[in-house]
Write a protein that binds this ligand. Structure first.
Ligand SMILES: Nc1ncnc2c1ncn2[C@@H]1O[C@H](COP(=O)(O)OP(=O)(O)O)[C@@H](O)[C@H]1O
Ligand SMILES: [Mg+2]
Length: 253
């Protein structure tokens, strides 16, 4: 079995706090892997160690057979590991179409140092793909609106579209439905389960169990910086260690 992402022996401390303790996690090609755990467990820290926003104290992160440690976030993104953030990072003063075109142009040209709207007429194929991607997310009807003006749920889906247009080998999602109303959450679940996204390799950090069990092929549970369980949803659901971590205390305490 070869793994698209191999996190091996990762430790990360902040001052005296051990945020990640010897974390080992292997992500299989094509799977949707959820990382769950109580607040403060280290989930975002782990993602940040993968995408180069944090450097682990020890351990390795291997993506597509290449060591990512020490690589800057932009290069890791360019290597095909794309993260969608907990707070949408979009360009509020640009239109939705422009928002989706920027990562597509950056991917093609290998740089963010350009003026993407100088030669817009030449960008026909990217414009076409940007419209199609917006349509996949039911956002094309807003393509000419400013991204700052759409609803919170639509902003999060816009960010997903911005990730998807880069054709990532691995998509990392940090709480993609946080703060969404139930019907918006269900729309996002349907999108993540759609033909275009279903078989894309994904790591999803999520604490909404409805979302986790709707999407995940496998689940890893992080508690106080340790991976305490990895397995199929059914096994995780019935794992007493997991129940204990979530309740904060065991039943017989
Ligand atoms: N930059 C930082 N500096 C100091 N402590 C941090 C930093 N980032 C996270 N932490 C701490 O590390 C622990 C794990 O945080 P985090 O990874 O954000 O947890 P989660 O995403 O699971 O809620 C928490 O105790 C948090 O306060
Ligand atoms: Mg977090």
């Amino acid at each position: 079995m070869s793994y698209i992402l191999d996190i091996d022996g990762v430790n990360k401390t902040f001052g005296g706090l051990h945020a990640l303790s010897d974390v080992n996690l292997k992500i299989e090609e094509g799977e949707t892997h959820a990382i769950i755990g109580p607040n403060g467990a280290g989930k975002s820290t782990l993602l940040n160690c993968c995408i180069g926003r944090l450097i682990p104290d020890t351990g390795t992160v291997t993506f597509n057979g290449k060591n990512m440690i020490g690589m800057p976030p932009y290069d890791i993104n360019h290597a095909g590991m794309v993260r969608v953030f907990q707070t949408p990072e979009i360009f509020p003063d640009l239109t939705l179409l422009q928002n989706v075109m920027i990562p597509a142009l950056a991917k093609r040209d290998g740089t963010f140092k350009f003026n993407p709207f100088k030669s817009l007429a030449k960008e026909k194929s990217i414009i076409k793909e940007a419209h199609a991607t917006l349509a996949d997310f039911e956002l094309d009807k807003f393509h000419n609106q400013l991204a700052g003006s759409i609803s919170r749920g639509d902003k999060r889906r816009l960010e997903l579209a911005m990730g998807l247009i880069q054709h990532p080998d691995l998509l990392l999602l940090d709480e993609p439905t946080a703060g969404m109303a139930r019907h918006d959450t269900n729309r996002t679940i349907d999108l993540l389960n759609s033909d275009r996204m279903k078989t894309m390799t994904k790591v999803i950090i999520e604490h909404d169990m409805h979302v986790v069990f709707s999407l995940a092929d496998r689940i890893s549970v992080l508690a106080r910086g340790h991976i305490i369980a990895t397995g199929r949803p059914e096994d995780i659901k019935n794992d007493p260690k997991v129940k204990e971590a979530y309740l904060g205390e065991s039943e017989d305490e």
